[in-house]
Structure formats: C-alpha cells, structure tokens
Design a binder for this molecule. Sequence first.
Ligand code: MRU
Length: 339
Amino acid sequence: MQPLQTTSLRVTDNQLFILDQQALPQEKRWLPADRVETLVGHIHALRVRGAPLIGLSASLLLALLAERGESHFSLAQALETLRAARPTAVNLMNNLDRMKLALAEVDFVPALVAEAERLVAEDKQLCARIAAAGSALVTPGSRLLTHCNTGGLATAGVGTALGVISQAFTDGKVVNVWVGETRPLLQGGRLTAWELAELGIPCQLITDSMAASLMAQGQVDAVWVGADRIAANGDVANKIGTYSLAVLARYHGIPFYVAAPQTTLDPLCPNGEAIPIEQRAASEVTGVAGSFGAVQWAPESTLVYNPAFDVTPAALISGWVLDTGVVTPDEVAAGCFKL
Ligand code: MRU
C-alpha cells in the first residue's frame, strides 16, 4: 500500500499507525495498529475515534492484512470482528460493506487495497464539500457552539462540523467558537480545543452545563455538531449531550445544524429509536483518566448510566449539511433519506 498520512492515521512500510487520541493534547503519540485485536482495543478505548475515522482505520487494516498474505477466510473473520468494534457509528459498517464487496473479487488483495485507499481519498473530498456547503450557512460575525470533536482528528480530511467552522473562519465569518467540553470523555476539552488552537481559530471552552446560560445571554448564533448515524426520518445519533443542545437551541430560537458525510446515512434504519446506542464503562462517569493520570471522585459502589450517544429528533434540526449540499427539514419530511 502507498504511504499515507492524515491528521490521525499513518500508513508507512505497510504498517498502520494511529495517533493516540487519549494521550492528546499532552502528548502526540503514534501507536501501531497492525493486528485486529490491537485496533479493536484502540477503538474501544477511543484512542481511535470519530465516526468516519473508525471506518477508515478498519478498512486500512483489512487491506494491510490482505497484503501480508492473510487467507480469504481469516480476512472475512477480521472484517466481522472489526464491524462489531463499536455499534453506533454506521460509517464503520458502511465502509466495511464496501470492503466486503472487494473481498468477494477473485483478485481480492489489490481490490481491498484500492478500496481502502479510495475510502480515505473520498473522505477527504466529502469533508471539503461539507465545509463549503456549511460555510455558506454561517452569517458574518458568528459565535458558534460545537460539541465533541468532529475535526481532522475524527476524519481523513478537515472534519465535518469543525470543517465547516474552520472554512467559515477562513471566509471571515467566525469571531468565536464555544467548545463544549463533552463529558464524560472530554473530546471537546481535550481534542477540539487543541485542534482549534492549532488552526488559530478563537475559541472558549465551557462545561456542558454552561450552554443554556450562554444562549439565554444571546451569545450563541448557531450550533454545529457531527453525527454517528442519520436515520431515514432524519433523526441523528451523536455524542451524548447533543440532544440537550438541540432542545436548548430550539427554545432560544438558534439554528441547529448537523454536518456529516453520506457514509453516515443509514436509510435502512427507520428512526432514532432503532439506532443502537453504545453503553460504556461506569469508570468514565465516576472519575476521569488520561495521559494526565486517573482520578475517581464517586464512591466505588455508585451505580452509573453511561450511554455514549443520544438521539436528536429530526424536528429539532434546522439543516443536515452533507457533501451533496444542505438538506432541509421539508426535504427530510418528504423522505429524501429513505431508500
Ligand atoms: O465517541 P466518539 O468520540 O467517537 O464520538 C464522536 C462523535 O460523536 C462525533 O460527533 C461523530 O462521530 C462525528 S465525527 C466527524
């Protein structure tokens, strides 16, 4: 496979490396991910994370395993194991469906390599198109609020919602970005704050509970988030806390936009209720851990509820910004996401 480098994926000497997103921003550490169990471990631990990136990392590993001479049978098994690594982001399943078609070819090794490389190249283009379509919706002087991390770390390109924000900043329309820290795993506080600083975009970090009062003070002009899965009726699964922001935005009359590539669409999923929501370890809520160390504040025996994602109903979404352009609520209601 040709050498490849994105913000958080690297292929060199036919080996896959991932930028450890749990070590950021304190440390920029590249970890090998050249076995299925290793990559699945990285995905579980959110060292590799973000809906598009998960799918791309799994596809690249599969191609590299094929080049290393793994049998057709073991590649088919690897594909199913990778497919089950995280349940909510449908990009993983969509990318692996395409890899499965490549695996079905007689000459499956070059087919898998070409398909994985194509998926990465396509994702870059999808991000660029989302950024251009989204920036057109941003009004000059905007103060935008975003949640979780949807930038170059989470994709092969400039990102989805963060790609829009970055493009709109370049277009001279963004004066400030409010970054929700995104408890429990702090993707906003650790990753988005880091990415925006690297891009030189002015931002202020807030705890998730501060969004309501900022909106009430008239300090938020629009909310931009990504998506892990978009159902046929337009409901969107995204990082836990997204739904609260959508409710708040509606109450305060603020536009709420979802930016995502077509690989996030799931036309076979009728609505948000049918989206599987990953439940995660109690330790993520009873304390916090990272390259800075670990601390637990809740009593050992505390029972915990820790869904990684929530569902925002289509009725609260002002626009779905895809690589194909902006989709309106009327278009979604008319069934444009259905097969
Ligand atoms: O658990 P994570 O960090 O993988 O969750 C990520 C999100 O919810 C993102 O908003 C989504 O995957 C879109 S990334 C372009």
